[in-house]
Design a protein around this ligand. Structure first.
Ligand code: TYD
Ligand code: MG
Length: 461
């Protein structure tokens, strides 16, 4: 029986090496390899296998698909409609959710709020970061009544398990998974091995005892979830809590969800009394819209099933330097460069002598190609210093030839745009052909290419 061996494991990417290295050959980070002792006995490996069996529904014989039972998911409303929407209609019993976000974004606030609104469910809030009095203070500040909430400030996995067995909660909140450590593993709390082990244990409990578990995860330098990448594969849902420090709006987004769609977002505002839901984000995003200024164009994007009106801003300023600067916030950098190239080549606009800055209001991130047209128009508007009228909105994909390509959900987008007072809608020619709804009091401008829009009187002329 071999005793144990020493491995060096990268804390950023889980790369393993038998000897210490200053730089990880996998992810190229410096000083990230940490020493770990791995028990190599056959007994411990069979025990850990048993530990890592993550569902009680395992069967070692194959079953005919038609004979499988259809599971019925029990969903609990969290009391926050925006969060329920992102979860796919509520918190599923026995599911494990990883919630991550930058420090101070409001993860603990959100979880304290749902601890009060999760109905009759018995909740165990395990905090490794804050003291009992801090937790009490926060709940008092939020004026919450939490009659079913138990608070545990413990970081040892073994002690946590004892308490779970004693209290038998319906929901467990772990704030955060990086603070939990197990005595079975020799490496430090927060290391890859510890995080993986703790997550495995919690997933086991969730599946075997049908308890919903929310794990809070720290983010790393790049904004991803700190710890092993496998963590994201192991859990049922991964939610990111995003927002900019400068403004109070917060967006919660599912990047993985086994019980619902991943495209949904929930929008909140951080106020004096905690997070307040914003059921109509379009109104919030358009609130401080500047009037009659060049470089702005409204767009309607789809976030899951919900149309949201956003505003794209562009600023092109002449530069004397040979390599002009390009900065984008909320818009994919490469997409912006591609559209700039199209405008330069097809329409002769001299962006190569301009610095270009692009921004989406409200900290929103636009990934849909349907925003191409608005990005393009904002850029043209800025370089020509010609404002686009306030009642104009544009959506459509732009191809490399400068042509406008059809997009989906056109009716929903038009409805949302008209609800918010836009009455001149620019959209791809092919999308208009498919339109089934009645359009009154609004002007639809069908564009075959960006050139059509530049020529249309009253838009950029
Ligand atoms: P917190 O939930 O502690 O963040 P996280 O757990 O993600 O690190 O939130 C911290 C910030 O939120 C803090 O800077 C203060 C602010 N805040 C409010 O603005 N209003 C409130 O009602 C509360 C409780 C916090
Ligand atoms: Mg916190």
């Amino acid at each position: 029986m071999k005793a144990s061996k020493t491995l060096y494991v990268c804390t950023e990417c889980d790369y393993q090496s038998p000897k210490w290295l200053g730089r990880c050959p996998e992810c190229k980070s410096w000083n990230t390899l940490e020493e770990q002792t791995v028990q190599n006995t056959s007994a411990s490996s069979s025990a850990s296998k048993k530990n890592y069996q993550i569902t009680s529904d395992y069967e070692s014989v194959a079953t005919l698909y038609d004979e499988l039972d259809l599971p019925e998911y029990m969903r609990n409303n969290t009391g926050l409609g925006e969060l329920d929407r992102v979860l796919g209609g509520g918190l599923v019993s026995g599911s494990v959710i990883l919630l991550s976000g930058e420090p101070g974004i409001g993860k603990s606030t959100l979880l304290t709020q749902i601890s009060a609104s999760l109905g009759d469910n018995k909740i165990l809030y395990i905090s490794g970061e804050e003291s009992r009095s801090q937790l009490k203070l926060r709940a008092e500040r939020l004026k919450l009544k939490c009659p079913n909430l138990y608070v545990l400030t413990e970081t040892s996995m073994e002690n946590i398990l004892n308490e779970i067995n004693k209290i038998k909660p319906d929901v467990i909140i772990v704030d955060s998974i990086q603070t939990v450590y197990s005595d079975n593993i020799s490496s430090a709390p927060g290391s890859i091995a510890q995080v993986k082990e703790a997550a495995m244990r919690f997933i086991n409990i969730a599946k075997n005892e049908n308890i919903s578990i929310i794990l809070v995860g720290h983010v790393n330098k790049e904004g991803g979830i700190a710890g092993p990448k496998v963590l994201e594969h192991m859990v049922d849902a991964v939610l990111y809590f995003e927002g900019e420090r400068q403004n109070t709006y917060r967006i919660i987004r599912a990047v993985k969800n086994r019980f619902g769609s991943t495209n949904e977002i929930g929008v909140f505002e951080m106020t004096e009394v905690g997070l307040v839901e914003i059921p109509n984000p379009s109104e919030m995003l358009l609130a401080d819209r500047p009037k009659n200024i060049s470089g702005n164009c409204a767009v309607c994007i789809m976030e899951g099933t919900r149309p949201i009106i956003a505003e794209v801003q562009a600023l092109a300023t002449t530069t004397v330097f040979p390599s002009p600067k390009r900065t984008s916030n909320g818009i994919d950098y490469n997409r912006m460069c591609l559209l700039l190239a199209v405008l330069e080549k097809r329409f002769g606009l001299r962006f190569s002598t301009n610095d270009v800055y692009m921004n989406v209001i409200g900290g929103l991130k636009i990934e849909e190609p349907a925003a191409d047209l608005a990005i393009t128009l904002a850029l043209i508007s800025s370089i020509k210093d010609q404002p686009i009228p306030d009642n104009v909105i544009a959506f459509g994909e732009v191809g490399l030839a400068g042509e406008c390509r059809a997009i989906s959900n056109i009716e929903q987008r038009i409805k949302e745009a008209t609800r918010l007072g836009f009455n001149k809608i620019i959209l791809p020619y092919r999308s208009i052909e498919k339109l089934k709804i009645d359009i009154k009091d609004i002007e639809l401008i069908a564009a075959r290419s960006v050139f059509d829009i530049i020529k249309t009187p009253g838009i950029l002329t």
